[in-house]
Design a protein around this ligand. Structure first.
Ligand code: GRF
Length: 196
């Protein structure tokens, strides 16, 4: 069965939906949840679901990205994942790290890429007067938020929306999109999934 490792930085709501889908449907096996923050709330949630967890505090490495990644790679390689899912993982990975998993590493980004790569996506959509927003699951490549798109989900931008209300609406779609894309990805389907 396909082995999936998941990387988080915070609450891990996307990780939870992915784990719950894998455990309920059996299309893959979550083998590790790892974080760059030992305090990430998602770690306790993963452990409660019986999944091995690991944390490497990126702050201990200062600007030494390679050193941080070398440490983070230890539990990841020990888990022998076939697929890596970034789920609310907020560290930029070096090309060396990406190269190890290119073609089998996914990320979810809270915008309709290629619009708004990077941070503060919802405020940028509001500032631009967009009438639609959403999220994207894509394959991770060395260029940030720019890999082949596997799925997108759209939401309306409503009058009076703030970045927080829009983020909440998008997050609800992230939780639908990511499990649907991972299920297809594991089955070898690379076609674009568009959710409403
Ligand atoms: C989500 O908006 C996700 O798109 C972004 O991080 C946010 C929090 O994700 N990458 P999670 O609740 O930790 O999964």
């Amino acid at each position: 069965m396909t082995r999936v490792a998941l990387l988080i930085s915070g609450g891990g709501s996307n990780m939870l939906r992915l784990v719950e889908a894998m455990q309920a449907e059996g299309f893959a096996r979550p083998v590790l949840v790892a974080s760059n923050d030992p305090e990430a709330a998602g770690l306790a949630k993963a452990a409660a679901l019986g999944i091995p967890v690991a944390a490497v505090d990126h702050r201990s490495f200062g600007k030494d990205r390679a050193g941080f990644e070398a440490e983070l790679l230890k539990p990841i390689l020990a888990a022998q994942p076939d697929v890596l899912c970034l789920a609310g993982f907020m560290r930029v990975l070096t090309p060396d790290f990406v190269r190890r998993f290119e073609g089998r590493m996914l990320n979810i980004h809270p915008s309709l890429l290629p619009k708004y790569p990077g941070l503060h996506t919802h405020q940028r959509a509001l500032d631009a007067g967009d009438t639609q927003a959403g999220c994207t699951v894509h394959q991770v490549t060395a260029e940030l938020d720019a890999g082949p798109i596997l799925g997108q989900a759209r939401v309306p931008v409503l009058a009076g929306d703030t970045a927080d209300t829009l983020a909440a609406r998008v997050l609800g779609q992230e939780h639908r999109l990511y499990p649907a894309v991972l299920r297809r990805f594991v089955a070898g389907d690379r076609s674009l999934l568009q959710l409403g």
